[in-house]
Design a protein around this ligand. Structure first.
Ligand SMILES: [Fe+2]
Length: 621
């Protein structure tokens, strides 16, 4: 683990980013049909370089299929019938699983004819027989709903195809001035090919759903909606191959295939024939905007630079290493200090942290004016399990005492970090942090994951309780106060208050996580009683996502002068919309709604890019 910072030259602010984590496994081999000299023929040069760092040889990746296997056949081979998946997919007007945006229902896609027949061989037959026995009798995915495509890709989690910029009418209210000309973008998993076996919700290719709001004085003018895949190296490679090829982090290593692929991947990484980080990056978690660029983020890989065109289209520029200054994966939750006084134009040296004994799952962190704050949780990396066991890269360590690490933001080494035991405190996300008592106390607000053992495997069983943790830097005393009893996560604040004391937080109501049945506004001044001060529930079978706060400085100087935005999906009608809620009103009143041209699958994190930020975008270098 180490710490990076990137300059934000356009806005005078700075990010601090812990390195992310990578993991393993290889799916199916690349066919000779789709490659020349062992490398994908049509991949952009930067992807070829990252995926194939050595001089090209034939069959750079292991091939365990004697011919390309369409995803339909893969499903059958691994014990999942197309019908069994399709029956769980809600019919929709949208078009799943087609990178070209062709209209097709999930069932249509699953019933595509098999194009080629694998070469019969005794070893192939033997392997498939063992695989079928394991997948159907010994370790069936049905016993692990978190990796069973029947459940993972059901209802509005079913993927959709790309959609070019499409007009989207304002059907209720008016778009506030603060939002006009800006764009709301949300990231999320959207597998371009059906999984051949197990599939975890985190394993889908990143797709960006962008709603570009009209500029000008007409506050009811139609917006423009667009859905595009993040064109990661992995996405391009598998698009060309026509099937899943590369390893998944959270699934894809079950059965005999998994054992063999694990060994093959480890061997190829060790011998330098495979750059695992470039091969596994999905860019499907979140978004960030800094230095005049929008980035799609996933901590297993470098960021991918994105350009939003004036027409409303979403264009992938490419894998981004900040001029060679970033060599490993970056957090999906970088922090952007709003204070120009704390701006740095240059990237700080990395600060490796060796005082973490058992590497933990570090998905998010927090900053104050002076410190970066990391939570050393009981969710830990399980390298041996990943390589030799189930293939799942994370586990829980009940014997471990969670800690909070506080590191000066400009520390030269981890000798400056101070760790404080906080038993039972396991936040995957943070909301905000600041210094109090003249700098002698650090305050951290975060949703604490209860029933931690289910955090990554059975998210529907997770309950997140927002807590305020106060750490006295002089005495080491730690105090904790729950702020609400609700199951709340995906918390945001007014971004102008990041790293400094603030009053309001806005969180999604898990029902269950990561689906969001409503939004609650917490007033942290009410600490000691339940801090919910305003809320809006979306109604039966209507689910939104992470609420994003957009400041409205023209309407007032209070912290909550602004709007909350999210996509909303109505499972009763199969329709999706974009909601704008007034963050000041006691019922978070809906002030505008845009009808979207088709359903938007549930996803993870989003971002609102203002009109000024869109204009300041840098293009392709
Ligand atoms: Fe996250």
């Amino acid at each position: 683990m180490s710490i990076n910072s990137q300059p934000y030259p356009h806005c005078g602010s700075q990010s601090v980013s812990p390195l992310g984590k990578g993991a393993t496994s290889c799916d199916q081999g690349i066919s000779e049909r789709s490659h020349r000299n062992g490398r994908p023929a049509n991949l952009p040069l930067h992807c070829r370089h990252h995926l194939f760092p050595q001089r090209p040889v034939r069959r750079q990746y292991p091939s365990y299929e004697s011919s390309p296997a369409p995803h339909l056949r893969s499903s059958q081979q691994e014990g999942f019938s197309p019908e069994s998946i399709a029956t769980t997919v809600r019919p929709s007007s949208s078009s799943p699983l087609s990178p070209q945006g062709k209209e097709a229902t999930p069932t249509d896609v699953l019933r595509r004819p098999i194009e080629e027949t694998p070469k019969p061989s005794f070893l192939n037959s033997l392997r498939k027989t063992f695989n079928a026995i394991i997948n159907n009798f010994i370790d069936p995915a049905a016993h692990r709903p978190s990796v069973n495509p029947r459940y993972v890709l059901a209802h509005n989690w079913a993927p959709v195809g790309e959609l070019p910029p499409t007009p989207s009418p304002v059907v209720r209210g008016r778009i506030p001035l603060a939002l006009r000309g800006g764009a709301y973008v949300r990231n999320g998993p959207n597998p371009q090919h059906l999984p051949g076996g197990t599939h975890h919700i985190f394993d889908g290719d990143g797709m960006l759903h962008c709603l570009h709001l009209s500029a000008g004085s007409d506050d009811t003018a139609p917006a423009t909606f667009c859905s595009r895949y993040v064109q990661t190296c992995r996405y391009l490679l598998e698009r060309e191959a026509g099937r899943n090829v590369l390893p998944n982090i959270f699934s894809g290593m079950n059965g005999v295939n998994g054992l063999v692929r694990r060994a093959a991947v480890v061997a190829r990484v060790i011998t330098g024939k495979m750059d695992l980080s470039a091969a596994i990056g999905l860019a499907n978690i979140a978004l960030g905007y800094f230095g005049g660029r929008l980035f799609a983020l996933g901590e297993a890989d470098l960021p991918y630079a994105i350009h939003l065109s004036p027409s409303g289209d979403v264009i992938t520029i490419g894998r981004w290493d900040f001029g060679g200054k970033l060599s490993m994966g970056m957090t999906a939750h970088p922090k952007k200090d709003p204070s120009p006084a704390r701006f740095s134009h240059s990237k700080q040296p990395d600060v490796p942290i060796f005082s973490v004994r058992h590497p933990s799952y570090l998905h998010d962190f927090a900053i104050t004016e002076k410190y970066a704050i990391f939570c050393d949780m009981q969710i830990v990396m399980e390298t041996l399990q990943m390589v030799l066991g189930s293939g799942f890269p994370f586990g829980t360590d009940a014997r471990k005492v969670p800690r909070v690490g506080i590191l000066p933001r400009y520390a030269a080494s981890d000798s400056d970090i101070r760790w404080f035991d906080v038993p039972g405190f396991n936040p995957v996300h943070t909301i905000n942090a600041w210094e109090d008592d003249g700098g002698d106390t650090v305050v951290l607000v975060a949703p604490n994951v209860l029933s931690l053992e289910h955090a990554l495997d059975r998210m529907e069983l997770v309950h997140c309780c927002v807590e305020m943790v106060r750490i006295d830097l002089r005495t080491g005393a730690v105090s904790r106060t729950p702020l609400s009893a609700g199951n709340l996560d995906f918390g945001v604040i007014n971004p102008c208050y990041l790293g400094r004391r603030n009053r309001y937080a806005y969180l999604g109501v898990g029902s269950p996580q990561p689906m969001v049945a409503g939004v609650m506004k917490l007033d942290m001044v009410k600490k000691g009683v339940d801090c919910v001060t305003a809320s809006r529930m979306y109604g039966p079978r209507r689910f939104g996502g992470e609420p994003i706060f957009v400041p409205a400085p023209d309407e007032g100087e209070e912290e909550d002068d602004g709007y909350l935005v999210t996509y909303l999906h109505d499972e009763n009608t199969g329709e999706s919309s974009f909601l704008v809620m007034d963050a000041r009103s006691p019922d978070l009143q809906v002030v505008a709604e845009v009808s979207l041209p088709r359903r938007v699958p549930y996803g993870f994190h989003g971002l609102f890019i203002t009109a000024a930020e869109l204009r300041a975008q840098k293009g392709k270098p």
